[in-house]
Design a protein around this ligand. Structure first.
Ligand SMILES: [Fe+2]
Length: 425
């Protein structure tokens, strides 16, 4: 029997709704936690979501230790600091509060304190050894505070390996949090740019899961524990892909308005959760691969209304700025899927031939970028055509993502995509 077209669905339990952060104590106790490590970043440590979670854990009788050393855009250095802290403390569970950085740091601290090994052992090959996680981890409750990463639903942890200046990650179904607690009230304090970038990251997650290579078209092992979670598009990931696009397109402007529509912000958070469950079971592709060198090679760009800090291209911004040319390129072969996506994002698809689907979708993405107020292409954040060779060299090692694309991607294609992403309007 040929099982190469089988697929496996992995999700956490999900609790969604206003006030749900107050339930974390009870959830943690029932998961068997007595001495959890609360993982967050130094900025969030002083904000209400962390205080709410800490209070809930303490009221449930748990002894809480705080680790607030998470770095935005984590590195092997910041991961290793969290691993040491977790290994020394003898914790019996993890509760993360924050964006993808905090949740990913908790996943990795959980992994290496449960199954100690050299740091590169579980890191994706060829950069790391790509070894399988030997068994279950300690329970992890993930509480997202942004609307984009979807990390609460995935078994993926992404970081910069400083020595190689490369973005890579660790992937295993064992890393999927045991329980995602998603409380729309956390979006009240999200600054406008962060909200816009994470919502556009959600769109990209859903679009890439919807348009990646279908399951069974790559030479992957059929055994669920050996097959990467980024197994390709499948009926489950398809089911969860179009709705997040509809939700973001229909709610982004109201969520960004002043004063914001809080119900609209809640719908963006739900969209992020759905998209996380979609790409967490399918994988992303080219826009994410193109984004990593853009974030890594930032010179002096600082996004408006972010906390003071070093130059930074937010992840969602780096991804969406690279997305439109990818869909123009795919247009000819993926017509029906691209038309469905364009329609979900609010485009009028009546009378549009399949051959025009890629352009229609790309134009719709650019319209969303303008509505969200993100910069006009890579030039607007400090890049120029002179940088294209270095950007291409940086994206080429992202084989896990590039191989998940429905079209062949080589250096020449990457070069053309970066040039097309310089300026949009
Ligand atoms: Fe992303």
């Amino acid at each position: 029997m040929d099982a190469s077209r089988s697929f496996t669905v992995t999700t956490p339990r999900i609790t969604f709704g206003p006030g749900s952060l107050g339930l974390v104590g009870d959830i943690a106790r029932r998961l068997g936690m007595r001495r959890p490590l609360l993982v967050t970043d130094p900025h969030l440590a002083a904000l209400p979501p962390v205080a709410t979670v800490r209070r809930a854990l303490e009221e449930a009788g748990l002894v809480v230790t705080l680790f607030d050393g998470v770095e935005v855009e984590p590195t092997d250095r910041s991961f290793e600091a969290a691993i040491r802290f977790a290994a020394d403390g003898g914790f019996d569970g993890f509760v993360s509060v924050g964006g993808g950085s905090a949740m990913d740091t908790a996943k990795v601290a959980d992994l290496y304190s449960s199954w100690p090994d050299s740091f590169l052992a579980y890191v994706n090959a060829p950069i790391g050894e790509g070894r399988n996680v030997p068994g279950p981890l300690k329970p992890h409750i993930a509480c997202p505070t942004t609307c984009g990463t979807g990390s609460e639903c995935t078994g993926i942890a992404v970081f910069d390996l400083l020595a190689m200046k490369a973005k890579t990650g660790i992937m295993s179904h064992r890393l999927v949090p045991h329980h995602a607690v998603v409380d729309p009230e956390v979006t009240a304090s999200l600054p406008r740019t962060a909200l816009a970038c994470t919502a556009l990251d959600t769109v990209c997650h859903a679009l890439e899961a919807w348009t990646c290579r279908p399951v069974g078209e790559r030479d992957l092992p059929p055994e669920p524990d050996l097959r990467p979670m980024t197994q390709g598009a499948n009926p489950w990931s398809d089911l969860l892909a179009l709705e997040p696009m509809r939700l973001v397109a229909g709610n982004l402007e109201a969520a960004l308005a002043d004063p914001p529509d809080m119900a609209a912000r809640g719908r963006l958070l739900w969209a992020a959760t759905l998209a996380g469950a979609s790409f967490g079971n399918a994988g992303c592709h080219v826009p994410h691969a193109l984004s990593y060198p853009v974030s890594g090679m930032v010179r002096d760009y600082r996004p408006p209304d972010y906390p003071p800090g070093p130059p930074l291209v937010p992840h969602g911004m780096a991804v969406i700025l690279n997305a439109p040319p990818v869909y123009r390129l795919m247009g000819a072969d993926a017509g029906p899927r691209l038309l469905a996506a364009a329609e979900a994002l609010g485009a009028d698809v009546r009378g549009v031939p399949e051959a025009g689907a890629g352009d229609l979708l790309a134009d719709r993405l650019v319209a969303l970028m303008r509505a969200a107020g993100v910069p006009n292409g890579l030039e607007a954040i400090g890049f120029s055509p002179v940088d294209v060779a270095a950007l291409t060299e940086g994206a080429l090692p992202q084989r896990r993502l590039l191989d998940n694309a429905p079209v062949e991607i080589d250096a020449g294609v990457l070069d053309g995509l970066y040039r097309a992403a310089m300026r949009y309007w």
